[in-house]
Ligand binder design. Structure first.
Ligand SMILES: [Cu+2]
Length: 316
């Protein structure tokens, strides 16, 4: 069994559902309401990503050498509300960065210069879905891939989206992102890019495009009829994602941890840039249905329609 599979199994045992693997997760004891001390070690680096059509593109990423995030993501944080969390970030990029989680105050707001590292500490905030990124380089960082998901479970690790909130039988974290390969080429060449010209041509859920999303357990939405399935949409990209469901309606529980007051059934859920939207999907029927961005270029790969793109399958 690969280390990643082992960690995933541990995560499943903790909350009785699908949680992506994180080093800190294995340190938590089920049913223990005491806050834990959790540390992560991330490296910001440039690397090459092979896309669904075989093209290799220079990207940035946060890589956690002790664990990975969901799908093809190289990092992802899972903690419990109240945990004492420290994240050490090593900067192997060519410019300053600063680790940031919108909505969370950090022990330090200092930047990290190239070749150095810094530790950022915080108390895990209210249970819900969060995004971490660099906030020195603006949207360029998210367009290059320097972002990841953070899931905060309730203090006792219960299957509630937040304390006293909707209960789920299983959960999926879907981190959406995209890239414009002209931007990547410009950054690789040491230049910058005018985000006004940003027109992405590849789209990802947890770093994967269709059909790879079908063969990965973090992006194939496996469900059983009668279950309530939580889906955490985390928009780590630089465009809006209107996520459209076939076969099901979902209820939005919260947007950026703010509880939705008027819950109506939706077949499309708008997820703005940098936004985290948690939904509950009541599995009302059996079948295999797509879940995809309703932004038409988002279901293409480098202009080729219905091949690649941010398309997933749900199966019940
Ligand atoms: Cu459709």
């Amino acid at each position: 069994m690969r280390r990643r599979d082992f960690l995933k199994a541990g995560g499943a045992g903790l909350v009785g559902s699908t949680v992506f693997s994180i080093s800190g997760l294995t340190m938590l004891s089920p049913g223990n309401a005491n806050a834990a001390t959790v540390s992560f070690n991330l490296t910001a680096e440039g690397t090459y990503k092979t896309l669904v059509d075989g093209v290799s593109v220079y990207v940035w990423q946060f890589i956690d050498t002790n664990s990975t995030g969901p799908g093809a993501l190289t990092s992802g944080l899972v903690v419990k509300e109240g945990d004492a969390v420290s994240v050490t970030v090593n900067n192997n990029l060519d410019r300053n960065i600063r680790f940031s989680i919108p909505g969370v105050s950090m022990s330090s707001t200092r930047t990290i210069s190239p070749g150095s590292s810094r530790t950022y500490s915080f108390t895990a905030p209210a249970a819900g879905s969060y995004l971490y990124t660099d906030n020195v380089n603006g949207e360029l960082s998210r367009a290059m891939g320097l972002a990841g998901p953070m899931v905060v479970m309730t203090t006792n690790g219960s299957n509630n989206l937040y304390s006293g909130g909707p209960v789920f039988d299983r959960q999926y974290t879907l981190f959406m992102s995209e890239l414009d390969d002209r931007l990547n080429a410009a950054v690789q060449a040491g230049g910058s890019y005018n985000m006004a010209n940003y027109e992405p041509n590849y789209y990802f859920a947890n770093g994967l495009s269709y059909p790879d999303t079908k063969s990965n357990s973090d992006t194939l939405i496996a469900m059983s009829v009668g279950e309530d399935v939580a889906i955490r949409f985390i928009n780590g990209g630089a465009i809006t994602y209107p996520m459209h469901f076939h076969g099901y309606h979902v209820n939005v529980a919260s947007r950026n941890r703010i509880i939705e007051k008027n819950v109506i059934e939706k077949d499309t859920v708008q997820v703005e840039r940098g936004e985290c939207v948690d939904v509950i999907l009541p599995v009302a029927q059996a079948g295999t249905y797509p879940l995809h961005t309703h932004y038409v270029p988002g279901v293409s790969a480098n202009g080729v329609y219905a091949k690649g793109g941010l398309v997933l399958m749900s199966a019940a």
